[in-house]
Design a protein around this ligand. Structure first.
Ligand SMILES: Nc1nc2c(ncn2[C@@H]2O[C@H](COP(=O)(O)OP(=O)(O)OP(=O)(O)O)[C@@H](O)[C@H]2O)c(=O)[nH]1
Ligand SMILES: C[S@@+](CC[C@H](N)C(=O)[O-])C[C@H]1O[C@@H](n2cnc3c(N)ncnc32)[C@H](O)[C@@H]1O
Ligand code: SF4
Ligand code: SF4
Length: 338
């Protein structure tokens, strides 16, 4: 195994995110579908969907380049009946995680664990069935709660709840923070709403307000290496009770903020290459001008393609999107069509 490949900005690629499908049983009003737009459409797999063999071959190749983590996502990755098979065939050296809407976890969580899944992130934007339905256009609230419980029971922990913070959910952040602080096995990721690709910039809220509030109520703040994300540790029941001097977190919930938008520091610490549901490699969630197909490729061709994608990676905010003289973000022509 060689050292991880690094791009010209010194960002080593140590992880990959693979979208296993663009199909979904939900229709979340905010969905970016990993940068590719709509998830609405037929629920049957198309002929172009990446196969289990292609996923496994890619993972075996990038393992040689020191990639140590894989995240499976979508669309809804649990619509893939062969998800357990894919995880079982993933190289043992890799930490495998999954991001799902949680609907199908009950009944499969144990098999996923047994196949080698380490942990799971479940999207849950509300603690109320009506609000949940308004955002996801789905009535599967109870299934999702049950799925989270099934994941905890199966030991797919910590289970991270993903909540997109935007106009429709901002009022529920405090309730969700309480919820994870009171439930062992749960953590919370508050995801800044990304207006790119959804066409609704007016739903944006200022994520700094959430940082400021968490700063006030938390016992402790950490920086995660990945994206330099901030993690706040918040006490349960009585928020005035600070962590004890030994740093015992047993009564604390962890809340992480994922805030990529217009954040060059976030992009400067980005270590992942992505694979689309049709088997294209891409260096950045927000870019689709650097797509490279690995279709029917041989292992050597995949190696070359992976090297090329890494070589062409640029921090989206900071190099690809640069701040103009007027303070607005504009495209850096140097990187278009790279
Ligand atoms: N722009 C951008 N958004 C990201 C990135 N990583 C995560 N996000 C956003 O956060 C969402 C949730 O990500 P997840 O896949 O659940 O979690 P994760 O970021 O991989 O975090 P871990 O599971 O803790 O490693 C993604 O779908 C994106 O909306 C990134 O590198 N760039
Ligand atoms: C595209 S979904 C795919 C996996 C799975 N279907 C799910 O919902 O967890 C992955 C994550 O992207 C987040 N997401 C989708 N659109 C977003 C947007 N416009 N801004 C920020 N996060 C978004 C979702 O909340 C979810 O946690
Ligand atoms: S469940 Fe995930 S993929 Fe499906 S619409 Fe919602 S965010 Fe998008
Ligand atoms: S470069 Fe920035 S926007 Fe692109 S995937 Fe990495 S963190 Fe996200």
């Amino acid at each position: 195994m060689s050292e991880p490949l690094a791009d010209e900005f010194g960002r080593e690629v140590t992880g990959v995110r693979i979208s296993l499908t663009d199909r979904c049983n939900f229709d979340c009003i905010y969905c970016h579908n990993e940068g590719l737009g709509d998830t609405r459409g037929p629920m049957e797999p198309s002929d172009d969907e990446i196969t289990a063999d292609e996923v496994v071959r890619f993972l075996e190749v990038v393992e040689e380049f020191g990639v140590e983590k894989v995240k499976f996502t979508g669309g809804e990755p649990m619509l893939r009946a062969d998800l357990e098979e894919i995880i079982r065939r993933t190289p043992e050296s890799m930490e495998v995680s999954l991001t799902t809407n949680g609907t199908f976890l009950r009944g499969r969580a144990e098999d996923l664990k047994e196949a080698g899944l380490a942990r799971v992130n479940v999207s849950q934007d509300a603690l109320d069935p009506d609000e949940f339905a308004a955002v996801t256009k789905s009535g599967a609230y109870e299934e999702v709660l049950d799925g989270v419980e099934a994941a905890i029971e199966a030991g797919l922990t910590p289970v991270k709840l993903n909540m997109v913070v935007f106009e429709h959910t901002a009022g529920y952040v405090e309730g969700m923070v309480d919820h994870v602080a009171e439930n062992e096995g749960l953590q919370l990721q508050l995801i800044e709403y990304m207006p790119e690709l959804t066409g609704r910039p007016e739903w944006n809220i200022d994520i700094q307000r959430v940082h400021d509030w968490l700063e006030d109520i938390s016992d402790r703040v950490e920086h995660r290496e990945m994206h330099d994300r901030k993690r706040y540790w918040v006490s349960s029941t009585d928020r005035d009770t600070a962590t004890d001097s030994e740093g015992d977190d047993s009564n604390c919930g962890m809340v992480e903020i994922v805030d990529p938008v217009e954040n060059p520091t976030f992009c400067a610490n980005c270590h992942r290459v992505r694979v689309t549901h049709e088997g294209y490699l891409k260096g950045c969630l927000n870019r689709n001008d650097d797509l490279r197909s690995m279709g029917e490729m041989s292992r050597e061709e995949i190696r070359e393609t992976f090297r090329a994608v890494v070589d062409n990676r640029v921090p989206y905010y900071g190099e690809y999107l640069i701040e103009g003289d007027d303070g607005e973000w504009e495209l850096n022509e140097e990187y278009i069509g790279a």
